[in-house]
Design a protein around this ligand. Structure first.
Ligand code: NAI
Length: 379
């Protein structure tokens, strides 16, 4: 075992998980982590088989989080798993993160951080008390051109921000939503597993996060119109939220999982009085910079004209596209610096505060819709 690497555990992320492979590759990319063990699957036998496949010590493929914590804490500190990634469905994030943080583990958690804002605040307080590193994987913040956008906005490239617009469009729920039996196959449509929201909890929150991440503005109020499509479907699958920031900037967040034919079309546009910036994740290596009366410019990763933050976030020469795995890799890289107690750049990885903001946004969206599209403050 290479003692220099950070020992990583996974909860979920096993053989049939969607996001597990992204985390495993991301952890490998910066050569900072070594996957050691975890609770890889809800089914223990499947978790052990997975550990065997990865040539891990199967005695560290545990049957539950409780056993994981007990057995890992019993090991000498230099052998113990140091950071645990929580990759389970949403309803498990809060209880698992609370237990892990309380036991002193650093945590990398999938979004949404919890199911309610109150739970997120409770977790934030525990993270502060326990002084552990907590990363929330809003993956899109790891793209070099998103980081370039953040740096350009901070440097005044677009002047005073006048308008923000972020969208996340998917269509994958469409084939399930119109048939009640098929709906039951989707845990994201089950309030017990997904939480209070499907569309805004799953993807609208990414768009919200991208706005606050790139602009540094804080969304103060929302007015939302969301749709469940059928009265007997409890959770939203589509919606639009008008937003206003503390500085009075107006904008819009659109999210949909019934936008037929769309895959992972998340985009962000920020317009200022001197220029505008546009980024779309399905073409992640292109950042468009627009200025009055000038031809649009395309910024691309790996070039020395980019800000230091964007340059640090790419591993390969210009023209070789990097994507979602690399973005997650950058978030893991930032988290590794924090775990090692090294200097971490602002924005290197999203944290528990972003989780609290996200949950407050989701609850404000739901409340606004419930009140017949009223403006609701995010407190
Ligand atoms: P999934 O359904 O594909 O996988 C869930 C995994 O959790 C499975 O391996 C399952 O066996 C495991 N699991 C369930 N209960 C468990 C338990 N009690 N103990 C241990 N393992 C358990 O779900 P998916 O799509 O991978 O989503 C997982 C989380 O990742 C969700 O919270 C989702 O919102 C988030 N996600 C984030 C993305 C991003 O862009 N950051 C993209 C996709 C998902």
């Amino acid at each position: 075992m290479n003692k220099g690497k950070i020992k990583l555990g996974l909860i979920g992320g096993g053989p049939n998980s969607f996001i597990g492979i992204v985390h495993r590759i991301a952890a490998y990319m910066g050569e900072q982590y070594q996957l050691v063990g975890g609770v890889f699957d809800i089914d223990h036998a499947s978790g052990i088989a997975f550990a065997e496949k990865l040539e891990l010590d199967t005695s560290r493929a545990y049957e539950s989080l409780e056993v994981f914590i007990e057995k890992e804490l019993a090991l000498p500190a230099d052998e113990r798993i140091e950071v645990v990634s929580i990759l389970t469905p949403n309803f498990l994030h809060h209880s698992m993160a609370m237990k892990l943080v309380d036991a002193g583990f650093n945590v990398i958690c999938e979004k949404p951080i919890t199911i309610t804002a109150a739970e997120a605040v409770e977790l934030e307080q525990l993270v502060e008390r326990k002084k552990v590193v907590f990363c929330l994987t809003h993956t899109y913040t790891g793209y070099p051109m998103v980081r370039q956008m953040k740096a350009m906005i901070a440097a005044g490239a677009i002047g005073k921000i006048q308008k923000v617009d972020a969208q996340y469009y998917q269509g994958w729920i469409n084939p399930f939503i119109h048939d009640k039996d098929k709906r039951a196959q989707v845990w994201r449509l089950d309030p017990k597993k997904s939480g209070q929201s499907c569309c805004f909890g799953d993807i609208g929150v990414h768009a919200f996060n991208l706005i606050e991440y790139t602009t540094g503005l804080e969304v103060e109020k929302v007015l939302a119109d969301i749709d469940t499509l059928y009265p007997d479907n409890p959770l939203d699958v589509d919606g639009t939220a008008l937003i206003r920031t503390k500085d009075g900037v107006k904008g819009v967040i659109c999210a949909s999982q019934i936008a037929t034919g769309e895959e992972n079309n998340i985009s962000i546009m920020v317009y200022g009085d001197k220029g505008g910036l546009k980024w779309e994740q399905e073409n992640p290596t292109y950042l468009t910079y627009m200025q009055e009366g000038k031809p649009a410019q395309i910024f691309k990763p790996g070039n020395p004209y980019n800000a230091e933050f964007a340059q640090e976030s790419t591993k390969i020469a210009p023209g070789h596209p990097e994507g979602l795995f690399d973005a997650m890799g950058n978030i893991y890289k930032g988290t590794a610096l924090a775990i090692r107690g090294e200097k971490v750049r602002e924005g290197a990885f999203p944290g528990v505060k972003d989780g609290v903001r996200g949950m407050k946004f989701i609850e404000a969206v739901l409340e606004s819709n419930k009140q017949g599209q009223a403006w609701i403050e995010i407190k």
